[in-house]
Design a protein. Structure first.
Length: 391
């Protein structure tokens, strides 16, 4: 493992974890432990499902990579989300990757709030931080009924995060894996953000070729499509207060995929390369170049309003499972291949820091010599040789 890497979980309100439950999970499945840092250091301890799930699975998938657990109380959830992003942006020790398993419908947050949080999420991406959000557990409909339009999940629908949908089934080691889109997994098209440049070809392909699309009144075909990728989301075992419990949801998928991406960051760090940062350009470009980089899910659908169908899984990208679950064997090679392009940038940054140090050193020595000359002039009258100007 690289000393220059870590992975993070964001928890909010009354969601607390217990490090002893993480340790029990690591011991049960012979997983190398992670060094854990709580932010703040005095965050409460507890046995709440969401926090227990997130911490246990990102640290199990991103085995041995240091884990930071950021907890934010906030006045309410919306306030806590903003407080978290602001704290991360102000921090000098934030991890280069976060997995977040919280959200609601876009309509719950509203346009003004979405614009504000999106700005923070964009700045986190610009700062080189990968932000992954669970896509939600209410299907494409977001809890709609009857003839209502679908209600996309947010922050998963933000164009500045990597949304992780849910899949189930499949056979490990088989090609194709044979996973199916999870019926309750969130996904669709944002009503606030347009289709992004990094995904326009993928979205256009799906809309042009899928023959079982919902009625056009249900969704915004020009919106940002999500999820971007997926991971297993059904029948996960977690340890709560020392006892095993079963849990399902895209809250399982996001830390699972997050741990995989943290391993890719670690590979890059070991090779002196820049970390992945905002993941979506890497995901869409890699999937377009090599379809085996993700386990394409072509079966199943996520639900719409009630029990109706939302979006069907389809070849390549789809708004039920994104590009599918990560194929680490392929992605690890792609991360190194694309990482080579960052070596010059990383080296230039090192040279810049070295150069800044040399400039400061020379400036300090020069100032010392200048002071010595000034003192000599003032005590010997030598300043007359310099036009009579004393400094």
């Amino acid at each position: 493992m690289s000393m220059n890497n870590s992975q993070g979980i964001a928890s909010f309100r009354d969601q607390y974890y217990d490090i002893s439950d993480c340790q029990a999970m690591w011991k049960k499945y012979d997983i190398s432990p992670s060094n854990v840092t709580n932010v703040p250091s005095d965050e409460p301890t507890g046995h709440h499902l969401e926090a227990e799930l997130d911490t246990q699975y990102i640290s199990s998938m991103g085995e041995a990579i240091p884990m930071q657990v950021w907890w934010t109380k906030g006045v309410n959830f919306e306030d806590a989300l903003i407080a978290w992003t602001q704290s991360v942006l102000a921090s000098k020790t934030a991890p280069p990757l976060f997995s977040v398993s919280y959200g609601g419908t876009e309509t719950d947050f509203g346009g003004a709030y979405i614009a504000k949080l999106n700005n923070d999420l964009m700045m986190m991406g610009t700062a080189g931080i990968s932000v992954m959000f669970a896509a939600g557990d209410s299907g494409a409909g977001g809890g709609c009924t009857g003839n209502q339009a679908f209600a996309p999940d947010y922050p998963a629908s933000s164009p500045y995060v990597t949304a992780v949908g849910g899949v189930s089934g499949g056979t490990a080691g088989k090609t194709p894996v044979g996973e199916s889109a999870w019926v309750d997994g969130g996904g669709g098209f944002s009503n606030y953000a347009p289709t992004q440049d990094y995904q326009k070809d993928a979205v256009a392909y799906y809309l042009a070729n899928e023959n079982s699309l919902p009625d056009k009144s249900k969704y915004n075909a020009t919106g940002r499509g999500f999820p971007d990728i997926a991971a297993q989301s059904v029948d996960f075992e977690i340890i709560v207060n020392g006892k095993s419990e079963a849990v399902s949801g895209t809250s399982c998928a996001s830390p699972t995929a997050g741990g995989v991406m943290a391993l890719l960051n670690d590979l890059r760090a070991q090779n002196g390369m820049a970390k992945l940062g905002f993941l979506n350009p890497f995901i869409y470009q890699t999937a377009a170049a090599d379809p085996t980089a993700f386990n394409d899910c072509t079966e199943g659908y996520n639900k719409g309003c009630g029990v109706s169908h939302g979006f069907e899984a389809y070849a390549k990208w789809d708004p039920a499972s994104g590009y599918g679950s990560p194929n680490y064997a392929v992605l690890s090679k792609k991360a190194i291949e694309t990482g080579k392009q960052t070596l010059k940038h990383v080296n230039n940054k090192k040279k810049l820091k070295l150069g800044e140090g040399l400039i400061k050193s020379k400036a300090k020595n020069g100032l010392k010599k200048l002071k010595e000359r000034m003192m000599k002039r003032l005590t010997t009258g030598e300043e007359t040789k310099y036009g009579g100007q004393a400094y």
